[in-house]
Unconditional design. Sequence first.
Length: 124
Amino acid sequence: PFLLSKFAAAQMRERGSGHIVNIASTAAKRAWPNASAYHASKWGLLGLSYALHAELRPYGIKVTAVIAGGMRTPFLLDRFPDIDPAVLQEPADVADAIVGILSVGGCTVIPEVMILPMRETSWP
């Protein structure tokens, strides 16, 4: 994400507008055992997103960090075979939410958004 954002931001600065969306995870907001490297990467991505937001905002470039809860993907289902797929959200639903974020008018920015499955009970 860092190198891609650096390249994209240069192009967006020339245009005077743009929007970078980084997909993080609820692991950027909490921690669980045996996933320290994953948590470190997601906390880092959230920090990068906020730093880019501060740096690029004066150039008309928006940056949004999407903190997505569990998604029904082959990767997650393979890694956690005991998880109930019914508590996960569809990736397409998260994509729809991102389309909504991208459609917000030019004078508004959403720096962070959390998108959770309705049946995920680990969040209030």
